[in-house]
Design a protein around this ligand. Sequence first.
Ligand SMILES: Nc1ncnc2c1ncn2[C@@H]1O[C@H](COP(=O)(O)OP(=O)(O)OP(=O)(O)O)[C@@H](O)[C@H]1O
Ligand SMILES: [Mg+2]
Length: 461
Amino acid sequence: MGKRRVLVVDDEPGVRESLRMVLKERYDVACAASGEEALRLSAAEPCDVMLLDILMPGLDGLEVLERIKAEAVSPQVVMLTATKTVKTAVTAMKLGAYDYITKPFDVEELLLIIDRAVESAALVREVAVLRSEVGLRYGFENVVGNSPKLKTVLRTISMVAPLKTTVLITGESGTGKELIAKAIHYNSPRADKPMVTINCAAIPDTLLESELFGHERGAFTDAYTRKAGQFELADGSTLFLDEIGEMNPATQAKILRVLEQAEFTRVGGAQPLRVDVRVIAATNRDLHQGMRDGSFRSDLYYRLNVVSVHLPSLRERREDVVPLVHHFLRSKSRDLGMPEKSFTSEALDLLMQYSWPGNVRELENLVERAMVLSHETKLGLDDLPGYVCNNNGQVHPVQQSVLRGETRLAEAVDQFEQDLIRTALAQAENNHTRAAELLGTTRRILKYKMDKLGIASVGES
Ligand SMILES: Nc1ncnc2c1ncn2[C@@H]1O[C@H](COP(=O)(O)OP(=O)(O)OP(=O)(O)O)[C@@H](O)[C@H]1O
Ligand SMILES: [Mg+2]
């Protein structure tokens, strides 16, 4: 990487020159003789750090500072000040200056401050880049699909995103609930802070409250220190309560209180804390059923359900399958550093007919698997798992009867093996050696299985 750029702004030529001499070893130094010239130069070629004199004819240092800081990406500004203007330098810090240096300056101190300012400018830039990347990743345009059902969802979330409204997202597993929660957050005024996510199903009941609300030291046996909860961490941002259907009713009551009063207390604490948190909740459970059987509080349900977004299963919007496949082919090839691949039209047809019990997540995994396991750039029927091709996601009748508990698994397996052996024998015209070959086993093992399964050997040919 090239040298970092420092822009020196001072109306006195002597000061500019001596600063240039001191800094030119380490930095790429530019100089401006006035505030106006400084703004022009920094617009033409952004600098990392601006060394800015306070007292100048025309635009003075404070005015330049204000204009610079109003821009989206601004350099770190270090004010140059005479002792009599130190007060002003302090004001400048409140306006966003990084630090100040008094004239006449001490070279070591100067270099130290500039080094730190340059480092900090690099960090600020990195964070800005990361943020815009995160924003890009979770923008509405990353929610792929053209189906009218998905379009309705997108319309709803683009309307509620800018507000503080609570949103309840429902839908089967893998339909994109978390993706939608992120799209809402990263398109809201809270986007400059990360969304805080808590998965209610992953945390045991006994710990969930302290996770959410934090605890005071000594609140319970293992509470050696005070700990902030997710509600505190999400202050000014969004808290995503994932799998809220798994939350126990006692904790549900506390969540309701935070939603209604915007305050809570840490576990073991007495002091109520106020927070500004937007809540988005998601579940793949039927909360109506939960309310009927008493596992989900109806008051919380109605409080969460101010706006509800239901994500339809993928089989209810098959027209999204092809755009999603293309999206994942592209994004996976980029992530995995592989050449782009595509599916044959026969393969795409099958994918559109399949029932996708695991929804978009299942499709994403299938695409990645097919890409990684095939050497070809064209992915065909052979690259799809058998269940997609054979029974189209429908469960075989024997499997169903096992799942309903009507048939024992061992019996079903025996039945399957018997059918397979009979078919192989028929195909091999009762030649045991050939049938064994078809089954990938030996003649001896085939004979043993036939005896065990009671398959009569009708006059081997
Ligand atoms: N419309 C979509 N466009 C692009 N990617 C999607 C879409 N829907 C889902 N995905 C991707 O599918 C995967 C599963 O989505 P996500 O984790 O949001 O589902 P979920 O509904 O939260 O699932 P679960 O209930 O199992 O937690 C993610 O990798 C997500 O990025
Ligand atoms: Mg999820």
